[in-house]
Design a protein around this ligand. Sequence first.
Ligand code: HEM
Length: 141
Amino acid sequence: TLTKAEKAAVVAIWGKIAAQADALGTESLERLFSSYPQTKTYFPHFDLSQGSAQLHGHGSKVLGAIGEAVKNIDNITGALATLSELHAYILRVDPVNFKLLSHCILCSVAGLFPNDFTPEVHAAWDKFLSQISSVLTEKYR
Ligand code: HEM
């Protein structure tokens, strides 16, 4: 679990990210689908071309959920319970994909906020995203 200092680092940078959450979500998905094209198989019903409305809408939803996790950083499991059931029971997303998406989100944060992305912030965000991924994949077992 995240230390007090790590939680503080996540909350602090989220203060900056929040205003650009939609753009960050869209960029993260663009990175995901171009670097790891196999992930596109979960979205056969989407127009995944760069700048598409669906890409933007989904990026906004994903970052919205991350924002909820930031707001409930002491109870991420509770905050994401419904999404956890959706990904496990209905979408059946293979857990490996969460690492790929987390990596892409991290790259996007680094790119958009280069001055804030210190090694400490990097480590805290990495841990935070991996905690979100565990919550979203824990129902599989
Ligand atoms: C749907 C969040 C990882 C595939 C969603 C939704 C959210 C979300 C908020 C919309 C739920 C709704 O409409 O009620 C997240 C978060 C993730 C994550 C926070 C990890 C940080 C992934 C991964 C994949 C994936 C790794 C597959 C590569 C999908 C699909 C949908 C979905 C296929 C349904 C899209 C649709 O038909 O509208 N996710 N997700 N998710 N997610 Fe995820």
